[in-house]
Design a protein around this ligand. Structure first.
Ligand SMILES: C[C@@]1(CC(=O)O)c2cc3[nH]c(cc4nc(cc5[nH]c(cc(n2)[C@H]1CCC(=O)O)[C@@](C)(CC(=O)O)[C@@H]5CCC(=O)O)C(CC(=O)O)=C4CCC(=O)O)c(CCC(=O)O)c3CC(=O)O
Ligand SMILES: NC(=O)C1=CN([C@@H]2O[C@H](COP(=O)(O)OP(=O)(O)OC[C@H]3O[C@@H](n4cnc5c(N)ncnc54)[C@H](O)[C@@H]3O)[C@@H](O)[C@H]2O)C=CC1
Length: 211
């Protein structure tokens, strides 16, 4: 079941400090999570993050009780027995858990992720082929270029303005549908798009609210 979680400022626990733990941590930090790593060893990059205070590092092995109070738990050690223990504890506490060594041992898996500002595309093969999930994510990077970031910022602003200025549900619906038909994305791609100021937005809404 795909969902988009808001992990901003929420405590997420990563057990293990190797390559896999590093990748999960980078994804969590990108999403603004408060990461605690529990591991007797860290990769150079994770060590640097701990030194900078960007993550909390507990320099020891996993111990029962570590999953308490977490929003998400990642079992990313190279010991599948330990990963299984972490998963059981998290499950008993009702905390979602990811197991890097076995898709089916946890309650969620980590998809490949493509970000373009407000756009997030997640790709999963349900654990059948993680390398394929990575390849498909790369392919999507070509389809969804950098222009989507500016385009979604534009859509976000217009949607806010339409909702703020327009009380009638019918007019809103019409405006939002018309908005989706604009050629702004092409203009951004061609470099001919210029930001709309408040007056232009107001004029556009007035012109299109009753078509
Ligand atoms: C089940 C899952 C667990 C989880 O949720 O973590 C899992 C499990 C395993 N991965 C393995 C191997 C590799 N994983 C990658 C890459 C990624 N793996 C990711 C997710 C997942 N991997 C989850 C399922 C996702 C899905 O399919 O929906 C991505 C998408 C996201 C991320 O990790 O951030 C990230 C791409 C990020 C990107 O670049 O976009 C590569 C390629 C590479 O490194 O370039 C290889 C080597 C090639 C190969 O083996 O295919 C092995 C075998 C280990 C062994 O042999 O011991 C297992 C264990 C098993 O098979 O169960
Ligand atoms: N999800 C994925 O994308 C992938 C998953 N894997 C799986 O993930 C596992 C981990 O892979 P890597 O990060 O490459 O391994 P790694 O060997 O680089 O790192 C393992 C880490 O776990 C720590 N650790 C070991 N026992 C621990 C304990 N009891 N408590 C806390 N930390 C402990 C170690 O100190 C080390 O930092 C692999 O064994 C494999 O099964 C492997 C490749 C990709």
């Amino acid at each position: 079941m795909p969902v988009m979680l808001d992990v901003q400022g929420r405590r997420c626990i990563v057990v293990g400090g190797g390559k896999v733990a590093e990748r999960k941590t980078m994804g969590l930090l990108e999403a603004g999570a408060a990461v605690t790593i529990i591991s007797p060893a860290l990769t150079p990059q994770l060590t640097e993050l701990a030194e900078q205070g960007a993550i909390v590092w507990l320099n020891r092995s996993y111990a029962p009780g570590d999953a308490r109070g977490a929003f998400l738990v990642y079992a990313a050690t190279d010991d599948s027995g330990v990963n299984g223990e972490v998963a059981r504890e998290a499950e008993s506490l009702g905390v979602p858990v990811n197991v890097g060594s076995d898709a089916e041992a946890g309650s969620f898996i980590t998809p490949g992720v493509l970000r373009r500002g407000r756009l997030t595309v997640a790709v999963s093969t349900s654990g059948a082929g993680p390398g394929t999930a990575a390849k498909l994510t790369k392919l999507l990077e070509e389809t969804f270029g950098e222009e989507y970031e500016a385009y979604l910022d534009f859509l976000y602003r217009m949607r806010q303005e339409i909702k703020r200025r327009e009380a009638s549900p019918e007019a809103r619906k019409l405006l939002l549908r018309t908005l989706g038909r604009l050629h702004v994305l092409d203009e951004i791609r061609r470099g001919t798009f210029t930001e709309w100021d408040s007056e232009q937005i107001e004029a556009w809404i007035a012109q299109h609210r009753e078509e």
